[in-house]
Design a protein around this ligand. Structure first.
Ligand code: DGY
Length: 320
């Protein structure tokens, strides 16, 4: 009997066709809506392999009702949606999709920097809403990116890609990370800084840390208080890294200048969320890796990981 692969969203047939050759493949009926928790548990209960999304909560409870499960392939580089400890205890391999989304996510971080600094969405709204009455000296004036100081918090692959983009804008680059990156310091002139120093000195603070117990609420009221009044906070990591209430208050009181957010504590972010009432916030629906090419490459990685696992071959992207 062929092993069973459960995919928690409706995906294009061509992305998963290699799996059909070696396994029975079941897919959730919706491309946009996650599987309800009960259905997810039932799927886990019969699956040999699960292909999941960041919107699926793969809890201990899900893992413990999955007697045959060998692999959980997460269609993302982050994996805070999966109880890694529970998976490890049950001998279930977890994989992610690093590398292929690095440049795409770094591009989006930069897009948010530009959008917030130059007030692009606000300006666009003015034109569409007939508020553009003519040229004026102070009309929609923003901040410069070129020559500014960029502070990257979390200097993994994506952090480094953002920092390298900053070089093209003649930025001074500070970074904070669990471990120092002497090679990047040497090669690109990036400067390591303690978090407090980075927050005090940066014009743009870009968050790229994974969400872990250590980074949950990393940027709260006292951290935001260290930032310049003219500074901009960009979050393309996970919503939980920032205290959203503290951020809202700081933006409302003009303690910082703007924020660009691709991620939220609760996703989709509720439309009545206080942050959405502020003009100096640019919000996006978690589209960091959403280019056609990158999403195809991510799906190819998941296909490859599951196929390798089911065929007893080496798995390239296990989460350690
Ligand atoms: C990731 O890969 O972790 C991204 O957040 C998903 O787009």
């Amino acid at each position: 009997m062929k092993p069973l692969v459960w995919i928690t969203r409706q995906l294009p047939e061509e992305s998963i066709s290699p799996l059909r050759e070696i396994a029975e493949v079941k897919m959730w009926s919706s491309a946009d809506q996650p599987m309800p928790a009960e259905e997810l548990k039932q799927a886990a209960g019969e699956a040999d392999a699960m292909w999941v999304m960041i919107s699926d909560q793969i809890t201990r409870e899900v893992i413990e009702v999955a007697p045959k499960l060998k692999i959980i392939a997460n269609l993302a580089v982050g994996y805070n949606n999966i109880d890694i400890k529970a998976a490890k205890e049950k001998g279930v391999i977890v994989t992610n999709t690093p590398d292929v989304l690095t440049g795409t996510t770094a591009d989006l971080a930069f897009a948010l920097m530009l959008a917030t600094a130059r007030r692009i969405p606000e300006a666009e709204r003015e034109v569409r809403n007939g508020k553009w009455t003519g040229w004026s000296v102070n009309q929609l004036t923003g901040m410069d990116i070129h020559g500014a100081t960029l502070g990257v918090v979390g200097m993994g692959r994506i952090g480094e890609a953002v920092a390298r983009r900053g070089m093209g804008f003649d930025m001074r680059i500070l970074y904070h990370n669990r471990t120092r990156k002497p090679e990047a310091e040497e090669k690109y002139g990036f400067e390591y800084a303690e978090l407090d120093t980075l927050l005090k000195e940066s014009d743009f603070v870009v968050l790229l840390t994974p969400l872990t117990p250590e980074t949950k609420g990393l940027i709260g009221k006292s951290e935001i208080a260290l930032m310049k009044n003219s500074a901009i906070l960009i979050n393309v990591a996970r919503g939980g890294v920032v205290d959203e209430q503290a951020l809202y208050e700081a933006l409302l009181n003009k303690e910082i200048w703007a924020a660009g957010l691709d991620v939220f504590e609760t996703e989709p972010v509720p439309t009545d969320h206080p942050l959405l009432t502020l003009p100096n916030v640019v919000v996006l629906p978690h589209i960091g890796s959403a280019s056609i090419r990158t999403r195809n490459n991510m799906m190819a990685k998941n296909t490859e990981s599951i196929a390798a696992c089911l065929q007893g071959k080496e798995i390239k992207n296990p989460v350690k």
